[in-house]
Design a protein around this ligand. Structure first.
Ligand code: ATP
Ligand code: MG
Length: 627
């Protein structure tokens, strides 16, 4: 079927469309209504239907593909690889679920999971799903404070952690962070279940609270735990947004709508069917990890590859070696990840047999054209930018090679995916803008299946954060966009990142792209800094490729030249700072708001999601030093 027809049907006949898609998953009890929408913008997809994510991810496949690989968990940190067939994964998840039940965890109880990218993190998630517990995975790199905030927001009955993670060969003990978080939290969990990896065998054990997973598992080896059927709209999990714009929001996801949306996206967008292999480099702590390392591939009956480690360890060929070894068909990563490789010798892209690889999908941040070209040429595969949010759980904009591949336009994540009715509207008037005019990207409700149902425990925040921006009831996460005459959408950054130079509204992204087209630039962040005369001026912070041979002054001049040539003198960066690293969130997004605050001598704001404090220090020093 052609993309256009498919999408049109999803918009014009949503109930018929989604009723068809719903057949891709197993329902214990069929839905009574495809859509209930009597309290906009809240909506209930597949109301009355009963299903279970774990059953759809595992049990359903046992007869047909019990011996096929379900999960490959590779760690370049510990040097270990675990390969589990559907049958083996099912057994592990059942044992884990039995342990959870023995601790009194059941339907609707929250479970915080604080683990690195290891197989047990997947077991724990699926075990929760099996018994109807609501998991809340907290990225393992977060500090005690972040963990404590999420504990207090969810009031978990149990926290599951690893003794330690590793990063770049260094052991990072998790348990002391968990201990500290439990001390800070107002509602600490009664039990902490520790999955020991032998990395920190001497970790402190709090008597009566802490439990050892291996000991409990031994008691439940071979257990079979009945699936807890859930009404389609019951919560499956909670996941916090990246915190790029401020305090993270606790996104609540449902069961049935999510399963159906993932099933659809797996074949139509990611072009993966049962028996094929998908490798997502995400961490299980992010939305991509939930949807495309755990639930999506397994619901599709595919093999999922999970990777713990840096893209450059033991060498910059590691991702491609994994693609070769497991005959990966679709790979999923982020622009940030590719920019890390861009600092390395491109010869690493050519050393492995990538004949099975068809597609590289990238999401999470604007994919600048220079990076898109670099990686497309480097691996000789189609690179598909896709745009989505933690809130949506699956792509909003993408190309859909599983239907028919529309032409790639560099710089654009493409076209709306099924069920998404998108508009680009003027911020002030709320009216649709024309082709090539900038505006705010909005989704016309009802949000399609798979998207968040609400903010956990906070319907009011759901309404005000996402639906409170315009007179009409429209969903927006305030991304700034432009659409061309073919309907391709280009994301220009966030509306609060827009730089207003003497009345010209420039997206940070447009300028970043232009700066990055200067050959020696690895990565750039552009911010608007207050200016007496012009209102705001663009200021650039950039990192250079290693061995580029240019000094900072030459590079800065080169970047300014690119911007003036491509965007005009109005966009000319007032200053260019060359730095060694840029501040990012733990999920790899540029923290422009903090850079901007420093540049305007303000407080850098909520830094709880900041990855490397050293990078912000770099910025501070660069500002002191002057460009
Ligand atoms: P917070 O909502 O807490 O401020 P966040 O928006 O970074 O953080 P995520 O849900 O991880 O949290 O990211 C979604 C956002 O990432 C989108 O709203 C958009 O700004 C950006 N984004 C994601 N994919 C793309 C893409 N392909 N192109 C451009 N921007 C993207
Ligand atoms: Mg957001």
């Amino acid at each position: 079927m052609r993309y256009q027809d498919f999408h049109r049907r999803s918009i014009e006949q949503p109930e018929a469309f989604w009723a068809e898609q719903a057949q891709a998953i197993h329902w214990h009890k069929p839905p009574q209504a495809i859509l209930e929408y009597d309290r906009p913008p809240f909506r209930r997809w597949f109301a009355g239907g009963e299903t279970n994510l774990c059953y759809n991810a595992l049990d359903r496949h046992l007869d047909e593909r019990g011996d096929q690989l379900a999960l490959v968990a590779i760690s370049s940190e510990t040097g270990q690889t675990r390969e589990l067939s559907y049958r083996e994964l099912h057994a592990e998840v059942n044992a884990f679920a039995a342990v959870l039940k023995s601790l009194g965890v059941g339907r609707g109880d929250r479970v915080v999971i604080y683990m690195p990218n290891m197989a047990e993190a997947v077991f724990a998630m699926l075990a929760c799903a099996r018994i109807g517990a609501v998991h809340s995975v907290v990225f393992g790199g977060f500090a005690a404070h972040n963990l404590a905030l999420r504990i207090d927001d969810t009031a978990p009955k149990l926290l599951i952690c690893a003794d330690a993670g590793m990063r770049g060969g260094k052991v990072i003990p998790y348990k002391p962070l968990v201990d500290a978080a439990c001390e800070q939290a107002r509602q600490p969990p009664p039990h902490v279940l520790v999955v020991g990896r032998g990395l920190d065998p001497e970790h402190r054990v709090v008597a009566g609270r802490d439990l050892d997973y291996a000991t409990l598992r031994a008691r439940h080896e071979g257990a079979q735990v009945e699936v807890q059927w859930l009404e389609s709209n019951e919560p499956s999990y909670l996941l916090y947004t990246s915190g790029t714009t401020g305090k993270p929001k606790g996104v609540q996801r449902d069961v049935g709508g999510y399963a159906v949306a993932l099933a659809l996206s797996m074949w139509s967008i990611y072009d993966i069917r049962a028996g094929q292999t998908m490798f997502s480099t995400s961490d299980v702590g992010w939305a991509v990890g939930h949807s495309y390392n755990v639930y999506g591939p397994l619901i599709a009956g595919a093999t999922s590859v999970l990777y713990e480690g840096l893209p450059t360890n033991p060498d910059p060929g590691i991702w491609w070696r994994i693609c070769e070894r497991y005959r990966v068909r679709t790979m999923f990563s982020s622009p940030t990840g590719i920019r890390v490789l861009k600092k390395q010798d491109p010869a690493w892209l050519k050393r492995h047999d990538l004949s099975a690889l068809q597609w590289l999908f990238l999401a999470g941040e604007p994919l600048d054209e220079p990076t898109a070209h670099w990686i497309t040429d480097g691996i000789g595969k189609t690179v598909v930018d896709n745009y989505w949010q933690t809130e949506t759980g699956w792509p909003v904009l993408a190309l859909m090679p599983g239907l028919d591949l529309q032409p790639v336009k560099f710089g654009s994540p493409g076209l709306p995916t099924p069920g998404y009715r998108l508009r680009v509207i003027d911020e002030a008037t709320g009216r649709d803008v024309g082709p090539h005019e900038k505006g705010v990207l909005v989704i016309v409700p009802p949000l399609p299946p798979g998207c968040m149902t609400t903010v956990w425990n906070d319907d009011a925040r759901f309404l005000s954060s996402y639906f409170g921006h315009f007179k009409e009831l429209l969903y927006s996460s305030l991304d700034w966009a432009v659409r061309d005459e073919d309907g391709y959408t280009f994301i220009l950054g966030r509306t609060d990142d827009v730089i207003n130079v003497a009345g010209h509204r420039l997206g940070t992204r447009e300028i970043e792209e232009s700066v990055a087209s200067h050959g020696s630039v690895a990565e750039a962040a552009v911010i608007g800094v207050h200016d007496e005369l012009k209102g705001q001026m663009p200021v650039v912070f950039a990192t250079l490729k290693s061995g580029s041979g240019e000094d900072a002054g030459e590079a800065a001049a080169g970047m300014q030249r690119c911007v003036v040539e491509q965007l005009g003198a109005v966009a000319r960066p007032a200053r260019v700072y060359v730095v060694a690293a840029l501040p990012k969130t733990r999920s790899g997004k540029l923290l422009r708001r903090s850079i901007q605050a420093l540049a305007e001598q303000r407080d850098p704001g909520d830094l709880s999601t900041l990855d490397d404090p050293g990078a912000l220090e770099e910025v501070r020093r660069a500002l002191e030093r002057g460009a």
